[in-house]
Write a protein that binds this ligand. Structure first.
Ligand SMILES: [Zn+2]
Length: 313
């Protein structure tokens, strides 16, 4: 998104998605409903008496390959792509109903969510929006993995990955104040190595994975190409990061730097940040300059995929 709105927002109409969970392979139907100002993002398991789990850091379950929320033993799994789209598109309040434990993987990106949000529209609400303004650096390091958040205006992310061939070293630098989430980040799909597939399946993971919802990598390149961007993998890591940091409860105002991180590092940063009350403050989002919001719809995500100038940008 461009400059964020100064009022909270919800979706104008309900939206529905159906598919399978990436890890469980379980079929799921998911409905997003408009929610009142101040409610945040709340998941609801319709198969378990409408049990609710707010999308906030204190409900994060132990994570490895995906981010999951748990409350009183009830699980909601693989929340990151939807939360990323909601933060990226500026949706603060929504109820997410699902009839199984894992969100649908859809095409492996957050583009289907962005497309649906653009088609139903966004509604402004009567409550000033607040962001989490970072005041002091907060860092998490584990071996050669690192993630930190620093004071800075807007929401800037620098992400470095270093994977075996064919990905190699990739760096993405994204400023969500000036670049559109829908064009630069949302289309980037999840990815995995063909060589890891059997091991992950033996662990009970990626039961729903298919060439339709993940980039399958061999040492020679993607098996199901072409890629949507030459640096699609690192862009997907940025997508995941935005979704995981959404568990702070509000959009971050600051600069995030991540190196070789993943879901566990992302959510560790959220808990460390939330615990250190001297490191951030809630800050009202200033009233945007004229037309700053209206520019969003002009950047349809499909245009980014069709526009070769954006490839590798
Ligand atoms: Zn992902």
């Amino acid at each position: 998104m461009s400059q964020p709105a100064h009022l909270e927002q919800t979706i104008a109409e309900p939206m529905e998605f159906a598919g399978v969970g990436l890890h469980s392979g379980a079929p799921v139907t998911m409905r997003l409903l408009p929610a009142p100002a101040g409610s945040g993002i709340v998941f609801r398991r319709t198969d378990l008496d409408n049990f609710e789990i707010p999308a906030v850091g204190r409900n994060v379950a132990k994570v490895s390959y995906a981010t999951s929320l748990m409350r009183q033993g009830v699980l909601i799994s693989t929340t990151e792509h939807l939360l990323s789209a909601l933060i990226g598109m500026g949706v603060d309040n929504v109820i997410v109903e699902l009839d199984n434990l894992e969100l649908p993987i859809l095409d492996g990106s957050s583009l289907p969510y962005v497309g649906a949000i653009l088609s139903v529209g966004i509604r402004s609400q009567r409550r000033r929006r607040e962001s989490i303004r970072v005041l002091r650096p907060v860092e998490v390091r584990e071996g050669n993995k690192f993630i930190g958040v620093y004071p800075g205006s807007g929401y800037r992310i620098d992400y470095i990955i270093d994977f075996p061939a064919p990905i190699g070293w990739q760096h993405a630098s994204v400023d969500l104040a000036t670049e559109t989430y829908g064009a630069f980040i949302a289309p980037a799909r999840t990815f995995g190595y063909k060589a890891d597939e059997q091991r992950l399946r033996n662990m009970g993971l990626i039961r729903g994975a298919s060439p339709e919802n993940a980039i399958v990598l061999t040492p020679d390149g993607p098996e199901n190409g072409p890629l949507r961007f030459i640096d699609e993998c690192v862009r997907h890591k940025v997508l995941d990061l935005i979704g995981d940091l959404a568990l702070a409860g509000r959009r971050i105002e600051g600069h995030v730097v991540a190196e070789r991180a993943g879901h566990a590092m992302h959510t560790a940063l959220v808990s460390r940040l939330m615990k250190d009350r001297s490191a951030w403050e809630l800050a009202r989002v200033p009233v945007a300059e004229e037309s700053a919001e209206g520019s969003e719809a002009a950047h349809l995500p499909a245009a980014a995929m069709a526009n070769p100038a954006l490839i590798g940008a």
